[in-house]
Design a protein around this ligand. Structure first.
Ligand code: SF4
Length: 446
């Protein structure tokens, strides 16, 4: 176990976790008090104190989510969540990343997104990885090296996407076991999540899944292929029975907002056992992108209000990737909070921005963070004063075009090498339409 957790686990952590298991409602505030002894950062202290308050409010949805965590997950999952995610990734690790940001004057991330493989057993309409080669993959040793370098920087949170990450189950389980001080999460189409894999995840405790689902059966199978919905539910059932942690990820687009933005759908997913949910919107990546799937400004605004409403009501943790800029001070890419390493090894600022100067096969993480495109991101973030317009592609397309040109970055989409001006042109109309809606949201929520 890592030095950070070791320092705490030898003293207060084990005792506090033990108390927590016996009577979470009463003892979580005691755990918080124990942790506060080790936490000096002001923001982190405020977060812990807020958690203590939440446990006293009977109707607070986050309190009810925590109670669900005690009823529906294995004890090892709770232990790893506290030690790996709360302490290592979110508190103590971030103190280290901040020190490095200051020392090297570059972004240092909180999380790293890695594609173990670009291969996938499905062919989904409008997949953001659709223009990558389907034969690329990162070997175990390379992913292990990235995680080791990341930990040196204080990064304890690793997320997998693809391709379908579960095609590499054995390697991913081994990485989670090797780095048992880190938290892992994999976006999955869910079709390969059998009971054996679910059981292995439940035993590890530090590896959660995010099932992609696009609505009920008709909407999910429309983008992901016939029969996918039923397999997703089967995968969720396997995870639920194993008491392993999981959530959902939904891409809202012009044809499914009513369905995925409904209380029925959210209640259904909570009933399946989802602890968290991640909403994305459709991005027109690739020369053959179907731009009619892009949401209208009205639909995007509806989702911003709807997600905020559900947060006050439902025992589930929700994120809305493009409408939550106010909580992250805008765009988190370019290593500011995260970066993306695709299955060819290209180090991209974001999963949706397929341009890079560096490849992890012949550079270090620090080289990538100091590469021209990442430094452009650092120089220009946030890309808009209104944090409801965070994205350099979707909301400020001229900003991305300029950064890619100034940095000399190349397209990482070997199937079409999409030109940056052509990509940005597809977003110009939507960005203009969104501006007035974003201004209203800013007035209402900021
Ligand atoms: S580049 Fe756009 S999609 Fe990526 S993190 Fe920034 S705002 Fe989000």
């Amino acid at each position: 176990m890592d030095q950070i957790t070791k320092g705490i686990s030898n003293t207060a952590l084990h005792l506090a976790l033990h108390y927590m298991e016996n009577n979470p409602e009463e003892n979580i505030p005691k755990v918080v008090d124990a942790l506060l002894v080790f936490i000096h950062d002001k923001k982190n202290r405020e977060r812990l104190i807020a958690a203590k308050r939440v446990m006293k409010e009977k109707d607070n949805p986050y309190r009810n989510l925590i109670i669900r965590g005690f009823e529906e997950l294995q004890p090892i999952v709770r232990k790893r969540f506290v030690s790996n995610f709360v302490l290592n990734a979110s508190m103590l690790g971030s103190e280290r990343t901040q020190a490095l940001r200051d020392r090297y004057d570059c972004n240092i991330p909180w999380a790293i997104l890695i594609d173990p493989t670009s291969a996938c057993n499905l062919r989904c309409t409008g997949c953001w990885a659709g223009e990558y080669e389907k034969t690329d993959s990162l070997e175990f040793e390379l992913m292990d090296r990235v995680i080791r370098e990341g930990k040196e920087m204080g990064v304890y949170f690793y997320i997998y996407s693809g391709g379908e990450p579960t095609l590499r189950k054995a390697d991913l389980l081994k990485l989670a076991a090797t780095h048992d001080d880190c938290m892992f999460l994999a976006f999955t189409n869910g079709t390969l999540v059998d009971s054996e894999f679910s059981q292995a995840l439940a035993e590890l405790g530090n590896f959660a899944l995010v099932f992609s689902i696009e609505g009920f059966e008709e909407q999910t199978d429309f983008r992901r292929g016939s029969g996918t919905y039923r397999k997703v539910l089967e995968g969720m059932r396997n995870m639920r029975e194993a008491k392993a942690p999981f959530g959902f990820s939904t891409c809202y687009h012009s044809k499914n907002v009513d369905s995925v933005g409904s209380e029925d759908f959210l209640d259904f997913l909570i009933g399946q056992g989802c602890m968290f949910g991640w909403y994305f919107t459709y991005m027109p990546l690739g020369k053959n992108a179907d731009t009619t799937l892009m949401t209208s400004a009205d639909q995007r605004e509806y989702m911003a209000h709807w997600v905020r409403g559900m947060r006050n009501k439902k025992p589930v943790f929700l994120l809305d990737f493009w409408n939550d800029g106010q909580y992250s001070d805008g765009c988190i890419a370019g290593g500011r909070r995260y970066l993306h390493i695709n299955a060819a090894g290209d180090v991209e600022p974001c999963a949706f921005i397929h341009y890079a100067n560096t490849n992890i096969r012949n550079s270090t993480l620090m080289d990538a963070l100091q590469s021209p495109l990442f430094m452009e991101y650092r120089k220009h973030q946030p890309f808009n004063k209104n944090l409801f317009q965070p994205c350099p592609l979707l909301d400020n397309p001229e900003a991305l075009a300029q950064m890619v040109k100034d940095s000399g970055a190349s397209s990482t989409q070997p199937l079409d090498y999409e030109d940056i001006d052509e990509l940005c042109a597809k977003c110009t109309g939507a960005a203009k339409e969104w501006e007035s809606h974003a201004n209203l949201l800013h007035e209402q929520y900021s």
